[in-house]
Design a protein around this ligand. Structure first.
Ligand code: TRP
Length: 332
């Protein structure tokens, strides 16, 4: 019996952070033995809102690959590939474009909020508006069953499922309807506690941050603004330090005790922040060490990407062929 298939990806617009880890990387590492795993470095998608900065995308392809390898994505069992090097993805996108209306794209909540955040105004790049279709091509080209992503990506998977149903009904049932795998901690807030952790908002702790930088960021974290004196009762809900302890501290009993003491009053922010710094250090140190090993061998990393991409090309061109056949575009 063949294994079920996972496809996921990231835009190479910056290094990956703790939010990526909790939202998706962790699941990928855990599931890579059980599923046939494909991971796309989505450079074409990154260009949809960075067309004027190719250098940034180019540089971050390697950064993101290093992040994957350092958290334990094993290139011997998982396939890492570069999106723009896989022509079938662009071709499939072209065919899918006819199966989605402009109004439907404009309704996509993730695209909507990103458009606002990026301040495109009346100058939305066409490529940006239609990137959910390109993402649907990514997912279906690999016939993915499961897509481990952060919660913000749910609308993309929904839109992909719609395209699959539409395609299979209109032509022939060749595509697989994917399911999203959303993690238990769907949205890790940024250190300021206002919005989710994000490269563009400058509120992220990166997997590649040094110990000193991590400590500084934790010390600046939002806690409870009304918890001014140590004796004051403090709020745990919305307190970023506790959110992170919930996500990263393996000793859940100890965290519960800290919460109780914090709520009762008498526990200072520095104590819980120091605990979090230690917890994050324990988690990040081995990742940093792995990263350092691969950083010394960029050629080897590029070889991993090259081999992964070649494998991805074969698989996706097979799907493309089936798609074209179903659409009666099989002339010769
Ligand atoms: N949209 C994803 C992000 O912003 C990246 C991505 C591209 C992706 N193609 C994908 C995710 C396919 C899952 C499946 O990070």
């Amino acid at each position: 019996m063949s294994k079920k298939i996972i496809l996921t990806g990231d835009r190479p617009t910056g290094p990956l952070h703790l939010g990526h880890y909790v939202g998706s990387l962790k699941a990928r590492v855990e599931l890579q033995n059980e599923y046939d795993t494909y991971i796309l470095i989505a450079d074409m998608q990154a260009l949809t809102d960075n067309s004027n900065d190719p250098e940034k995308i180019r540089k971050n392809v390697l950064e993101v690959a290093l992040d994957y390898l350092s958290v334990g994505i094993n290139p011997k069992i998982s396939t890492i590939a570069i999106q723009s090097e896989i022509p079938a993805l662009s071709e499939i996108t072209m065919y899918f474009l006819n199966l989605v209306t402009l109004a439907r794209l404009e309704r996509n909540p993730t695209v909507k909020s990103e458009m606002k955040q990026k301040g495109f105004g009346n100058n939305v790049p066409a490529g940006f508006l239609m990137y959910p279709i390109s993402q649907a091509a990514d997912i279906t080209a690999f016939k993915a069953d499961l897509v481990p992503v952060g919660e913000d990506q749910l609308p993309m998977i929904e839109q992909t499922a719609e395209i699959v149903r539409r395609f299979n009904k209109t032509y022939k049932p060749v595509l697989v309807e994917p399911k999203a795998l959303i993690s238990k901690f769907p949205r890790l807030p940024g250190i300021e506690g206002k919005s989710k952790m994000s490269k563009s908002l400058g509120n992220a702790i990166y997997l590649s941050d040094s110990a000193i930088v991590v400590a500084k960021k934790v010390m600046a974290m939002y806690t409870d603004p009304k918890h001014i004196h140590i004796e004051n009762p403090g709020k745990v809900e919305g307190n970023v330090v506790f959110t992170y302890l919930d996500a990263f501290d393996p000793d859940t009993k100890a965290v519960e005790t800290f919460k109780r003491r914090y709520r009762a009053g008498g526990l200072g922010d520095v104590v819980i922040k120091t605990r979090l710094i230690n917890v994050l250090e324990k988690f990040l140190r081995p990742i940093r060490e792995q990263r350092a090993k691969f950083e010394k061998k960029p050629k080897e990393v590029m070889k991993i990407l090259n081999q992964g991409t070649e494998k991805a090309k074969i698989i996706t061109s097979k799907t493309l062929k089936e798609i074209k056949k179903a659409m009666q575009l099989d002339y010769f």
